[in-house]
Design a protein around this ligand. Sequence first.
Ligand code: NAP
Length: 279
Amino acid sequence: MIILKGAEVSAKIREQVQEMLEGLGGKMPCLAIVRVGENPDDLSYERGAMKKMASFGLEARSYSFSGDISHEEFKEEFRKINEDPGVSGILLLRPLPKHIQEADIEKLIDPDKDLDGISPVNVAKVFAGDATGFAPCTAEAVVEVLKTNNIPIAGKRAVIVGRSMVVGKPLAMLLMKENATVTVCHTKTSDLAGTCRMGEILVAAAGRAKMLDGSFVGHNAVVIDVGINVDDSGKLWGDVDFESIKDKASMATPVPGGVGAVTTAVLARHLVLAAVRGH
Ligand code: NAP
């Protein structure tokens, strides 16, 4: 089984970012990472994103707010960041605390600064196959892993486990745009293992550590593991039981070191794209 390393895909995106930066005539794009509270997953993602921006030579600022900030107060603060001409793009870490209505913020965010595709405008564009919209970075990262490794998508059966707005659903749209035949699975899917085995491309995005073992993987399938699950000792696990698929899959992404590294690289590309468009 070939291991599809995220670092190699990220390095290619870095080259694209450098080329795009040259077209900006010295203007430095700035990412605003907006966080409410101290959720360990958010802090870890924020650290990863800051590190990636620094390694790509891009600027990033962290805007953090107390977990008990009121909805109205957060909306006001968010509006200021959104309207700041020095901010080229925004990453809002989610989920937000329950008392803040995410839908309000999704409607508020400037679609041209919405790097993770949460605004209704970008959701609609991704649905319509309009490439001017920003897709959620993780969904785009999956397609990037496939394309960079020259894995054919057109005409292939792609099975996705997970139907969230951040991974499963937008990914289904992106893969369909690439002419895959897409099946989306969820907790009510009957015969999940049998359905997964049909996939020539199998994407795991359920958020359940090691849930997909070899019995879910068809012969020679390409397996992309989006899952990031942290155990009590702080160790990261994917949704795929990597050891048990080794004799089944032809290629697979590891966790860590797979899709996660590509997601932040796609975020960097979105940032520079936003700056180029706003230039
Ligand atoms: P989510 O919102 O919790 O959605 C999980 C989806 O998986 C749901 O659609 C759920 O089905 C389905 N699911 C859960 N358990 C299942 C099971 N036993 N059988 C079949 N389907 C099942 O999660 P998410 O935000 O999409 O994230 C998914 C995973 O990706 C998580 O591990 C997350 O940490 C990771 N992630 C990684 C990155 C990255 O950069 N690599 C970025 C974002 C997320 P229902 O709809 O029926 O509930």
